[in-house]
Design a protein around this ligand. Structure first.
Ligand SMILES: Nc1ncnc2c1ncn2[C@@H]1O[C@H](COP(=O)(O)OP(=O)(O)O)[C@@H](O)[C@H]1O
Ligand SMILES: [Mg+2]
Length: 422
């Protein structure tokens, strides 16, 4: 067994490469200068005794929205504190709150805690109108300027009461600004026109980072996180990175992977962090492209496994038919063959079978998420085309990750598992 302490390490301050926002918050976001300038302009009225604007912020995940808005509002808070201005920022993370009601209870709790200190209970049992009135009362108690951040507000879907009412509420003696943040573009499109115009007095888009921006982000996070690694020119982090620990091609590879995926900075940081940990755990003194590659495969595999574990029943069954065909040595089965297997499975499981057409949709969904590969071939002259499917993951990966599913577990253990052992 390894013992703690005395181990050589490439890390100087591991937290800096930790993608968890609670563990580390960057103090600058040069890649978001123009977006944060727009936010600055919307909030600046607060410093002049006027009402800051409502802002709608949108863009895919991992684009620095949460971190950026929190940096800018902390800056405003610090300014207000210094000038003895009455200003409060309240941040509500709405993830998982599927109704306006939940958002309102959390908002009320956060507002109370602003005034009374931590430890307030989550209010419950009120009608939503009452709750709204309580929120307005609480805002009036606090007074001055209040900036309310509703982060990941897309969670509420079409249950948008709070977004309709809050911007219209006019609490006495309060200059209220609402910053709504969404990761989901469709949410913005789907908003009621009234809501959109009152909430989005200003709209700020956080477009996906490109590979060059990701390189700079990774260079800045690596400097400080790793030993003997520094950025000498803050305006050109990657180009000026000097390191005895990071090989030249490691950061470009990690950035290329992340850019090709979705330009998500969290994914890029996660990948680099994992690569550094692989190198460090192996007792190596440099992080090279091979560690990045290894980390990429590891994270992809983990994502595929999570994807398989969370498949809805019909898709899970469709996946099992291809798995079965693989186990029995059938090469590239067609939809019809797979549907036959599927019907037998449904009988075994006492489940109602869906039509071949709908079943094919499930297979195609699996191909879209990279669990299967699909090939469309002609059947021969005049016979039209057919789809053929194969597993893009190991048989074991499918079985291991579906076996804990209560609906399929014993079926897999009793019917599919034994055949793999021949
Ligand atoms: N420009 C940047 N420089 C350094 N780190 C960044 C940058 N943009 C995002 N990050 C990091 O990426 C992760 C995701 O950022 P976050 O603000 O949570 O994204 P979003 O809210 O858009 O999903 C966090 O760990 C954050 O610190
Ligand atoms: Mg966020």
């Amino acid at each position: 067994m390894r013992t703690f302490g005395d181990e050589d390490t490439i890390f100087a301050d591991m937290d800096r490469l930790n993608p968890n926002t609670k563990t580390y918050q960057p103090e600058t976001l040069p890649e978001r200068e123009s977006e944060l300038d727009q936010l600055h302009s919307a909030l600046r009225p607060a410093t002049m005794g006027s009402t800051p604007l409502n802002v709608f912020v949108y863009g895919p995940t991992g684009q620095g929205k949460t971190v950026g808005i929190s940096l800018k509002t902390s800056q405003l808070q610090a300014f207000a504190d210094e000038k003895d201005m009455d200003l409060n920022v309240v941040h509500v993370r709405c993830k998982g709150m599927d109704k306006s009601y939940h958002v309102m209870t959390h908002l009320l709790k956060s507002l109370r805690e602003k005034r009374l200190g931590p430890g307030e209970e989550l209010p419950s049992g009120y009608q939503k109108k009452t709750l709204l009135a309580m929120i307005i009362d609480e805002l009036e108690e606090i007074g001055g300027t209040v900036v309310v951040i509703l982060d990941e507000i897309d969670a509420i879907g079409s249950n948008d009461y709070i977004l309709y009412e809050l911007p219209r509420a006019e609490p006495d003696g309060v200059r209220l600004s609402i910053i709504g943040i969404t990761n989901d573009l469709q949410f913005r499109e789907g908003l009621d026109a009234d809501v959109r115009s009152s909430l989005g007095e200003d709209e700020i888009e956080f477009a996906p980072y490109d590979a060059n921006q990701l390189r700079d982000i990774l260079a800045r996070r690596a400097a400080g996180a790793l030993r003997d690694t520094v950025v000498t020119d803050p305006d050109n982090p990657f180009d000026s990175l000097e390191s005895d620990v990071v090989a030249d091609d490691a950061i470009p590879l990690a950035s290329a992977y992340a850019a090709q995926d979705s330009g998500d900075a969290r994914e890029a940081i996660k990948l680099m962090f994992r690569a550094c940990r692989f190198a460090d755990d192996a007792g190596e003194s440099t992080v090279a492209a091979k560690h990045v590659k290894e980390a990429h495969e590891y994270l992809e595999q983990a994502a595929v496994e999570r994807g398989i574990q969370s498949l809805p029943l019909q898709r899970a069954l469709a996946l099992l038919t291809v798995t079965q065909a693989t186990i029995t040595g059938t090469k590239s089965p067609e939809t019809t063959d797979l549907h036959d297997i599927y019907q037998v499975f449904c009988e075994d499981l006492d489940a109602a079978a869906i039509s071949e057409r709908r079943f094919r949709d499930k297979l195609n969904d699996l191909a879209d998420s990279g669990i299967l590969t699909k090939e469309t071939r002609g059947r021969g002259q005049g016979l039209g085309k057919t789809n053929r499917y194969e597993l893009d993951v190991k048989v074991e990966t499918v079985l291991d990750n579906l076996e804990s599913d209560s609906r399929l577990g014993s079926f897999i253990t009793e019917t599919l598992r034994p055949r793999t052992k021949s």
